[in-house]
Design a protein around this ligand. Structure first.
Ligand code: MN
Ligand code: MN
Length: 457
């Protein structure tokens, strides 16, 4: 039997001395630790309600780091690094924890606002961002978050739908009485089209002689409130996100339901971990990247290495950057797919993660024959596994689903390309990429403990 943390347990009759036995975090944690996990998650829920977009998340990171006197570098309001200098020279490598700040959502198109005469409504055109199941995004309350750069260059920040008195927005869906032919007989992924994800934005006409009176009323309100005109939407980034707040889930209040836990679960836990890091052996860095959900492309994303290179240069202009990277160790902090009840056929259950078993260690991701994966070395897996065992942090080993069932990737491969040792480590999530993702409080706390342990070493 694999012992966690070297604790000697008395073997029962017939129990193997050598077989690997998975234990839940609820069994491994002490009562005091479980209480700490619940307390920790109160802060986590507040964070999830505050940071629903990549910009809001980076702002939260920057403010938190500054408040606790940590070095923070921000790239274009969408990528950030929090750094704590280590005792060893930089060329011995960094200890990096990397998570992503973006989540799937509905983005507004550049010319979004129109009036639909047939329904007598003003609506907003959207183009969804990341991998969503479109039918999950209709008939739920949505909030609009974002920025508009006006003609005069002024940046207007938007956040409508989160406060009690705010209006919310919603994508309408057809009533069951009439959906038989146009939806019910179609495939699930075709029943709701991308172009049909338009958001209801207004119904009241303005007085006067205008061609589009409802749209004109909206433009009038927007101008009075924000000083914007329709053309300003072209230079804007506005995101429709679920207007729901983070809540406890379950009669035992053991879980959390909220939007954006992929990957803000890892953002929050790694941020708290580095804020608690003092005098580490190796220089500790938490890197928060954008655009993971659309392939890590772009100047604030993981594929662009200029940001990490510039950080290394800033920390020590004399350091050989390649040497630093070759000696660096990375945790790719991203969530894993938890076994979903009623759909267990897509998981190979021995190698799948479940809620409540702690942080998930994934040697590789990818799809179809490990294609497009970072496949971590046995040596590095052993190092991380031993670190977790020694600190008695609950963990489980898993991959995303059955072989050839599907798959997915993380930022891991972009950093292994730089010569770094990389492994995926993050909490399991139920209903991933949906407007209401579910995590277990003990897994969130296990992730925090794991990142803290790694960063301080
Ligand atoms: Mn993710
Ligand atoms: Mn994702």
């Amino acid at each position: 039997m694999a012992k966690k943390g070297g604790k000697k347990t008395k073997k029962k009759e017939g129990e193997s001395k050598y077989a690997y036995k998975k234990k839940t975090a609820w069994e491994i944690f002490t009562k005091d630790q479980i209480k700490k996990a619940f307390d920790f998650c109160e802060g986590y829920k507040k964070f999830l309600d505050t940071a629903k977009t990549e910009r809001e998340t980076i702002k939260f990171i920057e403010e938190s780091a500054k408040k606790s006197g940590k070095k923070v570098i921000v790239n274009r309001s969408k990528e950030a690094a929090v750094i704590v200098n280590g005792k060893k020279p930089l060329e011995e490598g960094l200890h990096l924890v990397i998570s992503h700040v973006d989540s799937p959502r509905l983005d507004l198109k550049q010319i979004p606002l129109y009036e639909d005469k047939s329904s007598n409504l003003a609506l907003l055109e959207t183009h969804y961002y990341g991998g969503i199941k479109k039918f999950q995004w209709v008939v739920i309350p949505l909030a609009l978050h974002g920025v508009i750069i006006r003609k005069d260059g002024k940046k207007v920040e938007f956040n409508i739908g989160e406060d009690e008195g705010d209006p919310v927005f919603t994508v309408p869906d057809l009533l069951p009485h009439l959906s038989h032919k146009v939806q019910d007989q179609k495939r699930l992924d075709e029943a709701i089209s991308g172009e049909s994800l338009d958001i209801v934005f207004g119904n009241r006409p303005i007085e006067g002689e205008f061609a589009d009176k409802i749209k004109e009323m909206i433009l009038d309100i927007l101008h009075k409130k924000y000083g914007i005109v329709e053309e300003d939407f072209i230079s804007a980034e506005i995101e429709a996100v679920p207007a729901m707040k983070a809540r406890d889930v379950g009669m035992d209040q053991s879980m959390i339901g909220a939007y954006g836990q992929d990957d803000r679960a890892c953002v929050y836990t790694s941020l708290q971990a580095i804020l608690d890091t003092k005098n580490p052996e190796y220089t500790a860095v938490c890197l928060f990247v954008d655009k993971e959900e659309i392939g890590s492309e772009g100047n604030t994303a993981a594929q662009v290495v200029t940001f990490i290179r510039s950080i290394i240069h800033e920390l020590d202009p004399d350091a050989n950057i390649d040497k630093v990277m070759l000696n660096s160790k990375v945790i790719s902090a991203d969530v894993n797919s938890a076994v979903t009840p009623n759909y267990t056929e897509v998981f190979e259950l021995k190698n799948a993660s479940t809620l409540g078993h702690g942080v998930v260690l994934s040697k590789f991701t990818g799809h179809g024959g490990k294609y497009s994966a970072n496949d971590s070395s046995a040596e590095y897996v052993a190092e991380i596994k031993n670190m977790l065992n020694k600190a008695k942090i609950p963990w489980q080993a898993a991959e995303i689903g059955k072989v050839d069932m599907g798959g997915g990737g993380t930022v891991a491969k972009y950093f292994s390309r730089l010569g770094m040792d990389v492994i995926d480590l993050g909490p399991p999530v139920l209903s991933m990429h949906s407007p209401y993702e579910v995590t277990s409080k003990v897994d969130i706390y296990s992730s925090y403990l794991a990142y803290r342990e790694f960063l301080k070493s």
